[in-house]
Write a protein that binds this ligand. Structure first.
Ligand SMILES: Cc1cc2nc3c(=O)[nH]c(=O)nc-3n(C[C@H](O)[C@H](O)[C@H](O)COP(=O)(O)O)c2cc1C
Length: 307
């Protein structure tokens, strides 16, 4: 029986290269109600790529486990959602927001914003697994081509259980300011739960985004990198004797329990660059992090610079 899910609260976003099992576990332990894997190619999964499956590890700490897939061929979507590797996930999210040219050229990610009939077929194909299907998308293509309200209604009609709206257009990629007023229009237009996404970096911005949009929940991406405590801050949960250093070590150890050391050493540097954000001497810390070649090197950087 699929888990009954209330789509509300604070979600840790899919971030390619960052939403690894360690980061998802940490965010969940610090209060994230749902955690989402980075985007996984539906076709890659069906064709049995080990690299794809390596992105799908989970832990018991994650409360609601969501896997994000991308693709535009309903056949591959329906095959992917029934893949054994997705059994442990409670929710299937479809990426319809990715602005990367390689993806868009393939008709995937945010290209689906401009092809509502196909986007609806993709959602229907994903529902075959009997799990809740959610969709993450953007406001539109450009400021002159905002599509989110109509798109949201279509996703609801296709049977999506909830949607997340990133308050930027495809043209904006990841810069500029997220437009929460436009997300408010989407929220008013549909009955299914809506998550606001974009530029939530602390409790203050969370409160403002929720007040403007009246959304059911919020999704946080970059604001959680280097700062997993953002979830407990937002929820007002107190963590006694909080130590960022202990969180970093937990993150590292979780990754090491699933992945080869070389993979972890290569990926953890980017996290260290976020963990030292705002610290005195961060330039030196980043240089030390990027010189790491092994888990021991990483541990030495943590010991040397974090208290
Ligand atoms: C490096 C990077 C990778 C991302 N990867 C994904 C992804 O795999 N799937 C997805 O839906 N969004 C992805 N996003 C978008 C984020 O989930 C989020 O929508 C966006 O960063 C806005 O939220 P923020 O302002 O809280 O960062 C990515 C963003 C960045 C910066």
């Amino acid at each position: 029986m699929p888990k009954r899910i209330d789509f509300k609260g604070v979600v840790f976003a899919p971030i390619a290269g960052y939403s690894d099992v360690g980061m998802r576990r940490l965010c969940a332990m610090r209060g994230a109600d749902m955690t989402v894997t980075e985007m996984i190619s539906a076709k890659g999964l069906v064709y049995g790529s080990d690299k794809t499956e390596d992105l799908l590890h989970t832990t018991d700490s994650e409360k609601i486990k969501c896997v994000q897939i991308f693709g535009s061929e309903p056949y591959f979507i329906s095959k992917a959602v029934e893949h054994k590797a997705l059994e442990k996930f409670d929710v299937i999210d479809i990426n319809m927001g990715c602005p990367v040219p390689k993806i868009v050229k393939n008709g995937e990610g945010s290209a689906l914003l401009e092809n509502i009939p196909l986007a609806m077929q993709v959602v229907k194909a994903a529902r075959i697994a009997g799990k809740p299907v959610t969709v993450k998308f953007r406001l539109g293509v450009t400021a002159d081509k905002l599509l989110a309200v109509d798109f949201a209604k279509a996703m609801q009609d296709a049977g999506a259980s909830a949607i997340t709206v990133h308050g930027r257009t495809r043209e904006q990629m990841y810069s500029g300011v997220a437009d929460w007023d436009e997300i408010a229009k989407v929220k008013k237009a549909v009955e299914i739960p809506v998550f606001v996404n974009g530029d939530i970096v602390d409790k203050k911005s969370y409160d403002k985004a929720m007040q403007i949009t009246d959304c059911d929940g919020a999704m946080i991406a970059r604001g959680a990198l280097g700062n997993p405590k953002i979830f407990s801050d937002i929820k007002g949960l107190e963590i006694k004797d909080y130590s960022l250093k202990e969180d970093i070590i937990l993150h590292l150890d979780t990754m090491l329990s699933f992945h080869h050391e070389n993979y972890v050493a290569a990926n953890f540097k980017k996290h260290l660059a976020y963990y030292c954000r705002g610290m005195r001497g961060q330039k030196e810390i980043k240089l030390a992090a990027f010189a790491c070649k092994s888990a021991d090197d990483i541990r030495q950087v943590i010991e040397r610079y974090f208290v």
